[in-house]
Design a protein around this ligand. Structure first.
Ligand code: NAD
Length: 286
C-alpha cells in the first residue's frame, strides 16, 4: 500500500473535542445543548446507530433524549411527538432515525422538523439553503467527507471531483459541497456511461454506491484522494466499503478505511450540528 490512511476515528475525536468545547462555552452561558433522537421499531442497525449517537452526546457533554417507539407507531403519533419536541425550547436538535416503518411517510416526518432543529440537514429548507450557499445545517455524511479531504491538506479548488451515487443524503449533497469548495464535479450514477474512465480521471473520488468493492484499482487515478462512504455487510459478516481497498490503496495518495473512516466522522459532525443549533437558537456565536 502506498496511500496514506485518512483516520476517521482520530479525526472524529478531534471534531468531537471541538463539540465538547462548544458545549462548555454554551453551558457557561446557561444553554445546555440537547438532542432528541427518535427510533421507531427494532431494526438492529438503527439500534446500533442510535446507541452510538447517544454515547457521542454523552462524550461531548450534550444532553440526549431517547424516544423508542414500537414498530406499529402511527404516523400521527410520530408527528405528535415531533411537534412536542419542536415546541420544546430545551430541545435544540431533533433526529428521526431512518428508515421508518412502511406505514409512515418519511417526507412528512422530515418536513415536520423545524429547519432550525433539523440537525440531520435533510429538510427541504436546509437542502435549499445549502444549494444557494447560505447558513444551514449540512448533512453529516457529506460534511464529514469534505472535512476528511481537507484534513489531507489537499486544496479542493480546481480539482476534478467524481462522486459515484446521487442519493439525497449522500451523493447529491457531496457533489454540492465539493462544488462549493470550487471543485469541478462529475456525478456518476447507475445510468452513467463510461463510469470507469470518468473515475480514473478523478483527483478526488467519493464512492457512495452501496456495493462492496465497486471501485477497483483501475478506476483510481494515481495520487487521488479516495473517500469510501459505502457500508456493506459482506459474505464474511464484516463491514466493507464500496472501494476495493487493497487495489485502490496502491494507486491513491490518501484513502479512507471501512470501518473507521466516514462512519465515525458522520457521527461527529452530528455533534457539531447540535452545538451549532443550540448556539443559533440562543443567539450565541461559537
Ligand atoms: P442509495 O442506494 O440511496 O444510493 C446509491 C446510489 O448509487 C444511487 O444514486 C445509484 O444511482 C448509484 N448506483 C447504484 N448502482 C450503481 C452502479 N452500478 N453504477 C453507478 N452508480 C450506481 O444509497 P446511499 O444512501 O446514498 O448510501 C450509499 C452507501 O453509503 C451505502 O452503502 C450506505 O450504507 C452508505 N452510507 C454510509 C454512511 C456513513 O456514515 N458512512 C451514511 C450514509 C450512507
Amino acid at each position: 500500500m502506498s496511500a496514506q490512511l485518512i483516520d476517521g476515528k482520530a479525526l472524529a475525536a478531534e471534531v468531537k473535542a471541538e463539540a465538547a468545547a462548544e458545549t462548555e462555552h454554551l453551558k457557561a452561558q446557561g444553554v445546555h445543548p440537547c438532542l432528541a433522537v427518535i427510533l421507531v421499531g427494532e431494526d438492529p442497525a438503527s439500534q446500533v446507530y442510535v446507541r452510538g449517537k447517544v454515547n457521542d452526546c454523552k462524550a461531548c457533554g450534550i444532553e440526549s433524549r431517547e424516544y423508542r417507539l414500537p414498530a406499529d407507531t402511527t404516523q400521527s403519533d410520530l408527528l405528535a411527538l415531533v411537534g412536542e419536541l419542536a415546541a420544546d425550547r430545551a430541545v435544540h436538535g431533533i433526529l428521526v432515525q431512518l428508515p421508518l416503518p412502511a406505514q409512515i411517510d418519511e417526507k412528512a416526518v422530515i418536513n415536520a422538523i423545524p429547519p432550525e432543529k433539523d440537525v440531520d440537514g435533510f429538510s427541504p429548507v436546509n437542502v435549499g439553503l445549502m444549494q444557494i450557499g447560505e447558513e444551514c445545517y449540512l448533512p453529516c455524511t457529506p460534511a464529514g467527507c469534505i472535512r476528511m479531504i481537507q484534513s489531507t491538506g489537499t486544496d479542493i479548488s480546481g480539482k476534478h471531483a467524481v462522486v459515484i451515487g446521487r442519493s439525497n443524503i449522500v451523493g447529491k449533497p457531496a457533489a454540492l459541497l465539493l462544488l462549493a469548495e470550487n471543485a469541478t464535479v462529475t456525478v456518476c450514477h447507475s445510468r452513467t456511461k463510461n463510469l470507469k474512465h470518468l473515475c480514473a480521471n478523478a483527483d478526488i473520488l467519493v464512492a457512495a454506491v452501496g456495493r462492496e468493492g465497486f471501485v477497483t484499482g483501475d478506476m483510481v487515478k494515481p495520487g487521488a484522494v479516495v473517500i469510501d462512504v459505502g457500508i456493506n455487510r459482506g459474505a464474511d459478516g464484516k463491514l466493507h466499503g464500496d472501494v476495493n481497498f487493497a487495489e485502490a490503496a496502491e494507486k491513491a495518495a490518501f484513502i479512507t478505511p471501512v470501518p473507521g473512516g466516514v462512519g465515525p466522522m458522520t457521527r461527529a459532525m452530528l455533534m457539531k450540528n447540535t452545538t451549532c443549533a443550540a448556539a443559533r437558537q440562543n443567539g450565541i456565536t461559537l
